[in-house]
Design a protein around this ligand. Structure first.
Ligand SMILES: NC(=O)CC[C@H](N)C(=O)O
Length: 352
């Protein structure tokens, strides 16, 4: 069974269909060599076509305990080789999968030209024309203005705890962010991404936390309004899209990166301690201007802002994923730090 990937640069790359279907999205790559279940269920990958640069994906099976959400979130998955476990899982979820592709060619194209639109057709009757038709219908990431609605809860969900009460604005939150907070005793109220400041205030939070999420942070204005309303009154935290939303709301700006950071070994330097930690990352936008916030951590490779902190107010954000699923685990203390900001309730005792 054949498969075709039509790139925005005019190329059509041929591969083998491992799960049939036609679809489209922004072509990106991750260098992660493990954690494929986590990546394939991370809501931040909505509307993207995910290429794994590591050549064999699926060598330790598929277990739902490792999923970050209920759904497979990228629109299409591509690898040099998928095991049957992964291919069968993607087929059962209706997500097209393509392997037997020279992923080095795709990665090089993305590195040289940036993350780009693509269309995919896979299956017994797939044709290059179908892939090109998908490409024609593919819009730029920033045009997915309602992307938050795809990935957020519809109604608030409460996880009980005896520690600080966290209002987590769910812009596409990974389950391991919720788990990292509840493991430390926090009471977590997962709130829809478009909650109003009044709806958040009703929860009487000790900490307002903006989650990770897909697409352009400019399309998460409601979360920015919540930050604007609570900043200076209640501590604020953010991860990845959350950092971007918080920065935008507090006078800063974001920009689209050329091909982003996606992988498990991105080095980050803390400017105060000079310590370098290895981090897991998945983002295509970055904070170009921190506004009223101070940059406290930077990416060692390209100098982009990896951590921000309030100067006079309690704000702490990370561009990488401190919940570190599947790892490396250098960054878990972020959760202790943000809960310390909110320590007006019973102290949390549990650690990872
Ligand atoms: N993991 C995330 O939260 C990603 C944030 C944002 N969608 C970006 O690509 O930059």
């Amino acid at each position: 069974m054949s498969a075709y990937i039509a790139l925005a640069d005019g190329r059509v790359v041929e591969g083998r269909s491992r799960a049939p279907g036609t679809d489209r999205g922004e072509l990106v790559f991750t260098t992660a060599y493990t954690g494929y279940e986590e990546s394939l269920t991370d809501p931040s990958y909505a509307e993207q076509v995910l290429t794994f640069s590591y050549p064999l994906i699926g060598n330790y099976g598929v277990r739902s305990e490792r999923f970050e959400s209920d759904a497979v979130t990228p629109r299409v998955a591509i690898a040099r080789e998928f095991t049957d476990d992964v291919a069968d899982w993607l087929a059962s979820e209706g997500v097209p999968a393509v392997d037997a592709v020279d992923t080095r060619e795709l990665v090089t194209a993305i590195r040289e030209q940036g993350a780009m639109r693509c269309g995919v057709a896979a299956g017994p009757d797939a044709t290059p024309e179908q892939a090109r038709e998908q490409l024609d219908q593919c819009v730029e990431m920033s045009d997915h203005v309602d992307i938050g609605a795809q990935v957020s809860v519809d109604e608030p969900q409460v996880y009980e705890g005896s520690g600080p009460r966290v209002a987590l604005l769910d812009c596409g939150a990974k389950q391991s962010i919720v788990d990292s907070l509840t493991a430390r005793g926090a009471e977590v109220h997962v709130m829809p991404y478009d909650s109003t400041p009044a709806a958040v205030a009703e929860r009487e939070p000790d900490l307002v936390f903006v989650s990770n999420g897909p697409g352009d942070p400019a399309n998460f204005e409601a979360a920015g309004e919540v930050v604007d309303e609570f900043a200076g009154e209640t501590p604020i935290a953010g991860i990845c899209l959350g950092q971007q939303v918080v920065a935008r709301s507090l006078g800063g700006a974001t920009e689209k990166m050329e091909f982003g950071h996606r992988g498990l070994n991105q080095p980050v330097r803390d400017l105060e301690t000079d310590r370098v930690i290895m981090t897991t990352q998945n983002h295509g936008y970055s904070v170009a201007d921190p506004g009223d916030l101070a940059v406290t951590q930077v990416n060692v490779n390209d100098g982009t802002a990896e951590g921000l902190a309030g100067v006079d107010i309690d704000v702490l954000t990370r561009q990488y994923h401190p919940e570190a699923n599947p790892g490396p685990h250098d960054s878990l203390d972020f959760f202790d730090d943000v809960l310390d900001l909110a320590d007006c309730r019973t102290p949390a005792v549990v650690s990872d």
